[in-house]
Design a protein around this ligand. Structure first.
Ligand SMILES: [Zn+2]
Length: 391
């Protein structure tokens, strides 16, 4: 609890997680984790060495959080970590400092006890909120077959989510004085046709994750004057895609309706934006605005094993759902890890001014993470054997 309060009182927007990383690394060292370290982009890693004979498991959260906005709209100070009605309040309480504290302290309960069968890693990465710089970098050095993603799930299990791709619809017309529209090629006329077709677009669907969605979000033009028809427009579209639907396929669909919307003299392309991100350590990387979707089958050995392990902690027949939002789990799953999700806190409070977490949920999560760290690797192998699957 005190660790969570110290975390909330240490702000760390994406790219500014240095102090939070030091705090997490110091806590891991104090608790007795092995090989505590901070990598080139600033991710924190700690390990509990296993006896050997079972696959490694990674527990993962992130260090950064979204901005707090106007402090006066918060019922309690966003960086105060005040306790009211058995809840800890503040930015990051559920996303992600509550789950982070519950992983670091829950897994630490294995230290000085019989070592788990396989190695257990606890990692907290940078820049999850802006595309996953930390997760992408972590995959260069750490490759465990199983991962537990600690994003808030109210202590229920999660087995996937849709992915997120960002596209820029770039329309080029010809600028003109607003008083003589016939002299120009108005890109807004193309945009109007595009938006109408976008609303009617045939979307892919998935039995577990529902349908893909796409919405326009940001818009800008090449003009700042109110009396000029712009020559160019850039519209950002946010596409939530299901497994089996590639970013390339989504882009082609957008290009097709853009082509169908063109008027004489106008051209249009669909672009995948890429961003240069600088870590607090000074390392800079270029990343595409794309987070992969993933889904584990309901009868996947890791899901079955996690349900069995958690029954004594969270009750019989634990509910297993999916997240609405994307997580770093997509990057890990794309690299071949079997990712389950489990974390304390109500996900609907994430990114809001009412962010708070029940102390009771934190305590349950400590116990759940301890049990998962102890048993998940071996129980997965057993479940795989029972179902006759080779994994
Ligand atoms: Zn998060």
């Amino acid at each position: 609890m005190q660790f969570l309060q110290r975390l909330i009182r240490t702000p760390g927007l994406p790219g500014q997680e240095g102090e939070t990383a030091e705090l997490v690394a110091a806590e891991m060292t104090m608790l007795g984790y092995a090989d505590v370290g901070i990598d080139a982009v600033g991710n924190v890693l700690g390990q509990i060495r296993g006896r050997g004979g079972a696959p490694a498991v990674m527990f993962n959260t992130h260090l950064d959080h979204v901005d707090v906005g106007d402090h006066s709209r918060w019922p309690h100070p966003p960086y105060g970590a005040e306790i009211h009605r058995d809840c800890v309040w503040g930015r990051g309480a559920v996303d992600i400092k509550g789950p982070l504290a519950a992983q670091v302290h829950g897994v630490a309960r294995l230290i000085d006890d019989t070592p788990p069968p396989g190695d257990v890693w606890v990692t907290a990465v940078v820049q999850e909120e802006i595309g996953g710089v930390g997760a992408r970098h972590l995959l260069e050095s750490l490759d465990t077959p199983i991962a537990v993603i600690g994003e808030p799930s109210s202590n229920t299990l999660r087995r996937g989510h849709r992915g997120r791709s960002e596209f820029t619809i770039h329309i080029r017309g010809r600028s003109a004085h607003a008083s003589v529209p016939d002299e120009g090629v108005d890109p807004y006329r193309v945009l109007a046709g595009f938006l109408r077709r976008l609303a009617d677009l045939d979307m892919a669907s998935d039995p577990d994750l529902g349908t893909s969605t796409v919405v326009p979000t940001l818009i800008r033009t090449d003009q700042t004057s109110a009396n000029v028809i712009p020559g160019e427009i850039w519209l950002t579209c946010d596409w939530r895609r299901v497994p089996g639907e590639s970013a390339g396929a989504a882009r082609q669909k957008l290009q097709a309706i853009l082509d169908a919307s063109l008027i004489e003299g106008a051209t249009g392309t669909v672009e995948v934006p890429s961003f240069r991100r600088t870590a607090y350590t000074g390392v800079a990387v270029q990343i595409e605005a794309s987070n992969p979707p993933y889904i584990l089958a309901a009868d996947d050995p890791v899901v079955v094993a996690a349900c069995r392990i958690l029954e004594p902690v969270i009750g019989p027949s634990p509910s297993v759902g999916v997240w609405q939002f994307a997580t770093d789990g997509g990057h890990f799953a794309e690299a071949g890890m079997a990712c389950i999700g489990f974390g304390p806190g109500d996900e609907l409070l994430a990114h809001t001014v009412n962010e708070h977490i029940a102390i009771e949920q934190l305590e349950t999560a400590l116990q759940a993470n301890e049990m998962l760290a102890r048993e998940l690797a071996a129980a997965t192998a057993t479940a795989a054997g029972e179902s006759g699957s080779s994994g």
